[in-house]
Design a protein around this ligand. Structure first.
Ligand SMILES: [Zn+2]
Length: 257
């Protein structure tokens, strides 16, 4: 009887003690919860409200060749001049559409290939379009449009890649100009393609060595058409990349900070 009594007393004691501990722990949990809520109320930074930042979409436009580097040249039609003229038209059309641009050259100057990529990278461009005209000496009837692409060495985060940008450019240029579709070419060794951090392409609009295409490339209205095609491709690419036109008519990326 004595032993049983002792055991019963001990059991009650254990129960009361553990109940007290449990109670204390629960109270602590409750206190901590309240503390956290109070902190949040006092310090609005702790309320995890998303903060957004709008960044203007920026397109790097690269007119191929320049200065002592003519590119190809047939019958007085010089590639560096054709490239620059189409590039300046594209600059105007994009600005009119609410897209900011950065040019690697705006006049007849020689810019190194690495420097062209650097200009686009430092400016923080979202897409890079290099404009060229093609040539195949000895084949005056061979023509068409081709677009070259490669993956950047140090890519910025983006929803589209260089290949997709190349597809859109190739599609729009062949559609607007009615040129033969020579397809896409993967050219990872080209400096302006792999040294640029953003999706980047080189578009070879048409052939200066082709009699008919040379005649067309020497005309202002054809160059304007080529620039319109590139503008349309850029706008489609921006949309796929998550950019949009805001109420002020400016193409922007809305990023969460
Ligand atoms: Zn060229």
């Amino acid at each position: 009887m004595g032993k049983q009594y002792l055991a019963a007393v001990l059991m009650v004691a254990v129960l009361v003690f553990s109940g007290a501990v449990l109670n204390r722990n629960m109270k602590n949990i409750g206190d901590r919860k309240t503390d956290r809520l109070n902190d949040a109320e006092e310090n609005p930074q702790n309320n995890e409200q998303p903060v957004f930042e709008d960044i203007n979409a920026l397109i790097a436009i690269d007119p191929g060749h320049g200065g002592i580097d003519d590119g190809s040249s047939f019958d007085g039609v010089v590639e560096k001049e054709v490239n620059l003229d189409i590039a300046l038209r594209l600059e105007r059309l994009l600005n009119e559409a609410g897209v900011d641009t950065v040019m690697t050259r705006r006049d007849d100057s020689l810019i190194e290939l690495r420097e062209r990529a650097k200009i686009a990278n430092v400016a923080g461009a979202h897409l890079f379009i290099s404009i060229h005209a093609n040539s195949l000496p000895g084949y005056p009837r061979f023509g068409g449009t081709e677009t070259l692409y490669a993956a950047p060495d140090n890519p910025i985060p983006s929803k589209i890649d260089s290949k997709r940008l190349a597809e859109l450019v190739q599609q729009e240029v062949t559609r607007h100009l009615g040129t033969d579709d020579l397809g896409l070419k993967y050219r990872p060794e080209l400096a302006v393609l792999h040294r640029t951090n953003m999706p980047s392409v080189i578009v070879e609009i048409a052939f200066l060595s082709n009699i008919k295409e040379r005649e067309l490339l020497s005309k202002a209205e054809y160059r304007e058409k080529a620039a319109s095609a590139l503008r349309d491709a850029v706008l489609k690419a921006l949309e796929e990349d998550g950019a949009f036109k805001n109420k002020g008519g400016q193409w922007i990326y809305r990023k969460q900070r």
